[in-house]
Write a protein that binds this ligand. Structure first.
Ligand SMILES: [Zn+2]
Length: 287
């Protein structure tokens, strides 16, 4: 065991039960995931500290998205990224984006790793949603950070899928202060997964100079995930240890979230996220 990043006082997690949708009926378990992960974290031996935060408002979301799109989603006239119009989902979106923004601002301000148990951001475009994503919490957090005085922000998106919504919004808002990497732009398969892991240090080092790293520690690059993926549990663990090890070396605080993960039984997905939590605490187990 080694590692150095962050304090030893526990991982700060920005969580409110309102970000979880009970009885979520979508194929994606994402909306029900935060509560399950919190349960697992509380049952683990990992030191955590759960912090409250304010939800985003209609006006906050309009910093990033088209006004009519935001109004349509929040009033349930328009289908959300899960393809339904449930008021419970619409309300949860203010809390998931709020959680990620709070975790990002705190990581930047206090220079320590933070966690936001959230998903469903990177396919959200300026005026469109899809792929279980409605509002782009990544770009919203980046814009809030810029508003607060941050000059350089990294978004490292290691979800399995291409972050098309993030690409769309960074271009739309001309956010030159934001450096973005999306794992989904690569076509990593089983035979190339080790080669990608060997390249990963270089990718993380390229964020040198960023004041904060927004890290999507997606669980869907997992080889057993039904929505594609080629990395084993051990490779996913090494992925996260590389990310947090190098970010720590570069003194870049990391705000991380869950992103995709659809493997059944869901305990497998939880295992991946607990490994990310360990790595974010500086507990490195691989050789
Ligand atoms: Zn994904």
């Amino acid at each position: 065991m080694s590692g150095s990043n962050g304090s030893n006082q526990g991982l700060k997690i920005y969580y409110n039960p309102k970000q979880t949708v009970k009885g979520n009926q979508s194929f994606s378990p994402s909306a029900g995931k935060p509560a399950l992960l919190m349960e697992a974290l509380r049952a683990s031996d990992l030191p955590i500290e759960v912090l409250n935060f304010d939800p985003m408002t209609n006006a906050d979301l309009k910093m990033v998205h088209e006004a009519a799109f935001v109004d349509g989603i929040l009033s349930c006239r328009r289908a959300n990224g899960f393809g339904n119009r449930l008021p419970s989902v619409a309300e949860s979106l203010l809390w998931t984006t709020g959680s990620f923004v709070a975790a990002s601002l705190a990581a930047w301000q206090f220079k320590e790793n933070t966690c936001s148990p959230t998903s469903g951001f990177h396919h959200a475009h300026y005026d469109a949603c899809g792929g279980f994503c409605t509002f782009n919490g990544l770009v919203l957090a980046a814009m809030k950070l810029i508003e607060s005085g941050a000059n350089k922000i990294g978004i490292l998106d290691n979800d399995q899928h291409y972050g098309d919504g993030t690409v769309n919004l960074l271009h739309k808002h001309q956010l030159a202060q934001v450096q973005h990497y999306t794992f989904g732009a690569n076509r990593v398969i089983e035979s190339t997964s080790e080669a990608w892991l060997r390249r990963l240090p270089e990718i993380v080092y390229s964020f040198k100079g960023c004041e904060v790293l927004l890290y999507q520690a997606g669980a869907d690059p997992y080889i057993r995930d039904p929505l594609g993926g080629a990395l084993t549990l051990d490779q996913l663990k090494r992925r996260d240890e590389i990310v947090f090890g190098i970010a720590g070396e570069l003194k870049i605080p990391v705000a991380w979230n869950l992103a995709g993960g659809y493997t059944e039984p869901f305990a497998e997905v939880i295992k991946i996220h607990l490994n990310t939590a360990r790595a974010s605490l500086g507990i490195f187990e691989s050789e």
